[in-house]
Design a protein around this ligand. Structure first.
Ligand code: PMP
Length: 314
């Protein structure tokens, strides 16, 4: 891990993974002043290690820091720390196609603060952990449950940034859905309880004919880097993409539904349960989600040209 924390850690340097020191009155512990990011390092067939759009994570953290009244690292500092962490953990990066190294940058409010106010200091650190592919061969498509009682994000809240406080309130929804046998939760907007927003750690897309739709990023969903990339790839492949309000009722007539995220890539959805009815999606011989996923992974594997400089070789 790299860490700018006092105590056992040396600031601005690589440190072995270990505990960090926090004041009991740290802003992050008392008022949830914290942001996370998630990015991955991959290995190609030729052994080359690369990162996928880490600058986008840096920018998202900067936007989040502004929202949460924190100071964020610059894009350069962020990307350098991610690179350093990836290279230090090189031996843990699985062979091409077998997984990746998940990299977790963290920005937290530190130092003593008693009233609701920004913490006096901030700690930025990065740690990493190898992960397998989310969808291994034989894994079933996602089964989603539309949550009508618990919401992920309020209008004017922090749902649009990767605040750590967005995750604890949905654990109950995820736990309940898993107990009922679903793989994840699809959240609705908190004002009308009618428009779909996103899944616990991924964005959602619907396909109807040649049109691909996804909820507009208007402050209550996290604008995923995979989402952004898939929108651009969809345009490249000649599909029309609509970013708009999507009523949950539209799930019934969709041809195909898929989710996107750093952890799961592009993952097909097999069924969605809404108002106690299960909507099943037939897997067509050539689903659009497969085409988009193949394109994305081909860019990542260096098989097709990375014309937008998404790949950073390290
Ligand atoms: N929504 C939420 C709530 C998430 O936590 C994530 C994961 N970062 C995403 C969407 C997908 O974002 P990305 O494609 O950047 O991983």
């Amino acid at each position: 891990a790299t860490c700018s924390q006092d105590g056992n850690f040396e600031k601005g340097k690589l440190n072995p993974y270990g505990n960090i020191e926090l004041s009991p009155s740290a802003g992050v512990l008392n008022y949830g002043q914290g942001l996370i990011e998630g990015t991955k390092a991959y290995r190609r067939n030729d052994g080359q290690i690369f990162l996928f759009r880490p600058q986008e994570s840096a920018i998202r953290m900067q936007i989040g820091a502004e929202r949460m009244c924190m100071l964020s690292p610059s894009t350069q500092q962020f990307v350098d720390a991610v690179k350093l962490t990836a290279l230090a953990n090189k031996r843990w990066i699985p062979p091409a196609g077998k997984g990746s190294l998940y990299i977790r940058p963290l920005l937290i409010g530190n130092g003593p603060v008693l009233g609701v106010a920004p913490a006096p200091e901030y700690t930025f650190l990065v740690y990493a952990c190898p992960v397998g592919n989310y969808l291994r061969n034989g894994t079933q498509p996602l089964t989603l449950y539309v949550e009508e009682e618990l919401h992920r994000a309020a209008q004017g809240g922090a749902g649009g940034v990767k605040a750590i406080t967005n995750y604890a309130p949905v654990m109950k929804a995820i736990k309940r859905a898993k107990e009922r046998g679903y793989s994840d939760v699809l959240y609705l907007d908190s004002v009308n309880n009618k428009y779909i927003e996103e899944v616990s750690a991924s964005n959602i897309f619907l396909v109807k004919g040649k049109i691909i739709s996804t909820p507009a990023a208007s402050g209550t969903i996290l604008e995923g880097i995979t989402r952004k990339s898939i929108i651009e790839i969809s345009h490249d492949l000649g599909y029309q993409v609509e970013e708009r309000l999507i009523e949950a009722e539209e799930l019934i007539s969709a041809d195909e539904v898929f989710c996107t995220g750093t952890a799961l890539g592009v993952a097909p959805v097999g069924s969605i349960t809404y108002k106690n009815k299960r909507i099943e999606y037939k897997v067509s011989p050539e689903p659009i989600s497969d085409q988009l996923n193949s394109r994305l992974t081909a860019i990542q594997k260096g098989i097709i040209e990375d014309k937008r400089d998404w790949i950073i070789e390290i």
